[in-house]
Design a protein around this ligand. Structure first.
Ligand code: MG
Length: 311
């Protein structure tokens, strides 16, 4: 049975655009619930400037509050060497850097055009090699940029090639604003594979325009074994206008399980976590499974006829 690894990005990408500030304890509770549901690798937090992303201001406190768990990989997002160093000091197991496939989003999101981003990533890769810290990279706006419009697959491939040449073994292709289609996913993955054949590919989709699961299907069909998702379908990006949630972990897992893929995840526990999120969020989450529940495949047992009572 083919195994698909799900990386839950809820505690970082999911939360960062929420207007309601989660307490550090609620973030720790969310992470504990994800670990209990079987999530083995997840975005724990990000080490960005607290003025830019106030929701992530307690990154160090979240990391310090987590119980040690040798079975999981806690990813910290960092946009530069300073963030990388903070992530290492806070005890992450892996750092995720970000490249953008377009300059417009790069300048807004991380204050750097693509060429400058590559210089920054090279510095991070150098430090990570010296530290023995696993470093992965996400290429955002890979299917469209809120500022520059359409993004040619060749632009995504250029960034992927540069990252692979720095020795980065895992590259995530991200549809930051939900501009992708399943056909575009096939095309971009092909373009990236052509220039970075050794790279392990991962895909990250937002459901902003209702194409998230279709895009995930296309990525799986193209041979991608690692997908990002966020429990409940929370998410967005403070620097991408109208960006909405990541694909919901439980919706993705349900689709994959129904099709016979293995994820190692406890679907009911994920749904319970999605329901739990209502309280700190102050509203229900957008995922479908949290409303519809799991389709078990079992026939419904007809209720027994009421016994005849003696007259
Ligand atoms: Mg995202």
């Amino acid at each position: 049975m083919r195994k698909i690894e799900i990386i839950d990005v809820g505690p970082r990408d999911g939360l960062q655009n929420e207007k309601v500030l989660f307490s550090t304890q609620d973030k720790i509770s969310l992470i504990s619930k994800l670990e209990a549901a079987g999530i083995k690798r997840y975005e724990a937090t990000s080490f960005v400037h607290p003025k830019l992303v106030p929701q992530m201001a307690d990154a160090e406190d979240v990391m310090a509050g987590l119980a040690p768990n040798p079975d999981v990989t806690r990813i910290g997002l960092a946009l530069n060497v300073r963030g990388y160093a903070r992530a290492c000091d806070a005890g992450v197991d892996e750092v995720n850097g970000v490249l953008t496939a377009s300059d417009g989003f790069g300048v807004k999101n991380q204050g750097a055009d693509r060429n400058k981003q590559l210089d920054i990533l090279a510095e991070m890769a150098h430090a990570a090699r010296a530290d023995g810290m696993p470093l992965t990279v996400t290429i955002s706006t890979a299917f469209g940029c809120p500022f520059d419009g359409d993004v040619p697959p060749a632009d995504v491939a250029r960034m992927a090639k540069a990252a692979a040449e720095m020795g980065i073994v895992e590259i995530a292709i991200a549809d930051t604003i939900g501009a992708g289609t399943p056909w575009a996913v096939t095309e971009v993955i092909k373009a990236v594979r052509a220039v970075a054949p050794q790279a392990q590919l991962r895909a990250h989709f937002h459901d902003t325009r209702n194409t998230g699961l279709a895009n995930a299907y296309a990525a799986v069909e193209a041979g991608v074994d690692i997908l990002d998702a966020s429990v409940g379908g929370m998410g967005g990006c403070p620097f991408a206008p109208a960006a909405t949630g990541n694909i919901a972990t439980e919706d993705l897992v349900h689709m994959l399980h129904r099709a016979g893929f293995e994820t190692g995840l406890d679907l009911e526990a994920l749904i319970e976590t999605a329901h739990w999120l209502k309280t700190p969020l102050g509203r229900p989450v957008p995922s479908k499974l949290s409303k519809a529940g799991v389709f078990s495949g079992q026939a419904r047992v007809a209720p027994k006829a009421a016994p005849q009572t003696a007259q």
